[in-house]
Design a binder for this molecule. Structure first.
Ligand code: SF4
Length: 370
C-alpha cells in the first residue's frame, strides 16, 4: 500500500519534506479519521467514538509507513490509529496517571520523583498521538501550550532552591515541536542554573516527523551541550532512510541519541521483531536504552504484554546479541514507586567463598571468589 499516492498524490518532495507542511496536513479528528477510513475501505464508526475521550492526529509521513490496510495488524496503524478498545473494558489496575506524576509535581509541569533529576513537561503538543502514551490524560489541553515566562520562572526558582538536581529531562508532549525561539529560551533558562549539568530531550520527532530535525534546530541544540536526545522507536519499519538521516544530523551536532521502546502487544511483542529493532538501532548508532513494560494507563489495556513473556524474550536476547543491543527491560511501578529492572537473575547464590550462576545457555556455573 502507498498511502501517500492515495491521499497526497500531487505533493512535491519539497513540501513532503517540509516539517511545517507535515504538521499542517496531519490527518486529525473526525474528518481525518473518516477520510482515512474511506481510503482504506474500513468502517471507522467504533474508532470515531474514541475521539470523545482521546484526541487523534497523525503526520502524513508516519501514516505513509503503514504497509497494510488492516489497521489492527499493522505495527504503525496500531500505534497511531484509535482503536475502539481504548474506551472498552478496562482493568482495576488502570489509571489515567499510574505513575502519580501529578503527586510528584512541586510546580505545575515539573515532575520531581528521583533526587537528582526532574522531568519538565514543556508542551502538550505531539505530531502524532501514540495510542499507548502514558500521558493520555494531558491530551485534552489545547495544542502548543507553551510554558509561559511566569511558569518558567517558577520552574527555575524551584531548581535553584534544589541544587541536588543535576539533570532535566525536557519532555511533553514533544518539546521539539515548539517554535525555535521557545526551545532556545527554555534551554537557556535551564542551562543558566549552576547545578544543572545535563539536559535531556524526550522526543518522538525522529520517528514520526524526521524532517523537523533541521540543521537550524541541530545548531540550536548543539549550543546547549551536554545534551542528550532520547527517542522512541518501537518497530524496525520506523527506521527509514529519513529517520536515519535525521538521527545522523543530530549526531553530527555532537549529541548522542538513545532509544526507549515500549513493549506493545501486536506491535513488537515477538522476539524477531525486538531483535531486529535493537540491532537496527545499533546500526544507526542509537543505543537501545530502555524497553518499558507498558504502563497501566487507562485506555491502553489492549497493548499490555504479560511480564513473563517480556522477561523470557529479553533473557534470550542477552545470549543472542551483543550487550549494546540489549536495553534494560524495566517497569515503572504503580503509585510512582519508581523503575524496577525486570530480570531473571543470572546470579543464583552469592556466598563468601563461592557464587553460583545460571549462564545464558541455562548451564549452572560455580565460581570461586577467593
Ligand atoms: S510522542 Fe510521546 S508524549 Fe506524544 S503521544 Fe507519543 S508517547 Fe505520548
Amino acid at each position: 500500500m502507498n498511502l501517500r499516492k492515495l491521499l497526497w498524490p500531487d505533493i512535491p518532495e519539497s513540501q513532503w519534506n517540509d516539517w511545517q507542511w507535515q504538521v499542517k496536513n496531519r490527518l486529525q479528528g473526525k474528518d481525518g479519521l473518516e477520510r482515512l477510513g474511506s481510503t482504506l475501505g474500513i468502517d471507522v464508526s467504533r474508532r470515531l467514538r474514541v475521539l470523545n475521550r482521546y484526541k487523534w492526529a497523525a503526520t502524513p509521513y508516519y501514516l505513509n509507513l503503514m504497509a497494510s490496510r488492516d489497521v489492527s495488524l499493522d505495527p504503525v496503524g496500531r500505534q497511531v490509529i484509535p482503536s475502539g478498545k481504548e474506551t472498552g473494558v478496562t482493568s482495576s489496575s488502570a489509571s489515567p496517571d499510574p505513575l502519580k506524576e501529578r503527586h510528584y509535581s512541586p510546580v505545575r509541569g515539573l515532575i520531581h520523583r528521583y533526587r537528582d533529576r526532574v522531568v519538565l513537561l514543556a508542551t502538550g503538543f505531539c505530531a502524532s498521538y501514540c495510542r499507548h502514551c502514558n500521558r493520555k490524560r494531558t491530551w485534552n489541553r489545547p495544542e502548543c501550550v507553551i510554558l509561559s515566562e511566569e511558569k518558567l520562572k517558577l520552574v527555575r526558582d524551584y531548581l535553584l532552591s534544589n541544587p541536588h538536581v543535576r539533570e532535566v529531562l525536557v519532555s511533553g508532549g514533544d518539546p521539539l515541536l515548539l517554535p525555535m525561539e521557545h526551545i532556545a529560551r527554555l534551554l537557556e533558562a535551564l542551562r543558566s542554573i549552576p547545578s544543572i549539568e545535563i539536559l535531556r530531550i524526550g522526543t518522538r520527532v525522529p520517528v514520526v516527523l524526521p524532517m523537523r530535525i533541521t540543521e537550524d534546530l541541530c545548531r540550536l541544540l548543539k549550543r546547549q551541550r551536554p545534551i542528550w536526545i532520547n527517542t522512541h522507536f518501537n518497530h524496525p519499519v520506523e527506521i527509514t532512510k529519513e529517520a536515519k538521516a535525521a538521527i545522523e544530523r543530530i549526531q553530527l551536532a555532537g549529541i548522542p541519541v538513545s532509544n526507549q521502546s515500549v513493549l506493545l502487544r501486536g506491535i513488537n511483542d515477538n522476539y524477531d521483531t525486538l531483535r531486529s529493532l535493537f540491532c537496527r538501532l545499533q546500526a544507526i548508532m542509537v543505543r537501545p536504552y530502555y524497553l518499558f513494560q507498558c504502563d497501566h494507563v487507562s485506555g491502553t489495556r489492549h497493548f499490555w504484554v504479560p511480564m513473563k513473556k517480556g522477561i523470557r524474550m529479553m533473557d534470550r536476547m542477552w545470549g543472542d546479541v551483543g550487550g549494546m543491543c540489549v536495553p534494560n527491560f524495566v517497569a515503572d511501578l504503580s503509585e510512582g514507586s519508581g523503575k524496577a529492572r525486570l530480570l531473571s537473575s543470572h546470579l543464583i547464590e552469592l556466598g563468601r567463598k563461592e557464587a553460583i550462576f545460571a549462564t545464558f545457555e541455562k548451564k549452572i556455573v560455580k565460581i570461586k571468589l577467593e
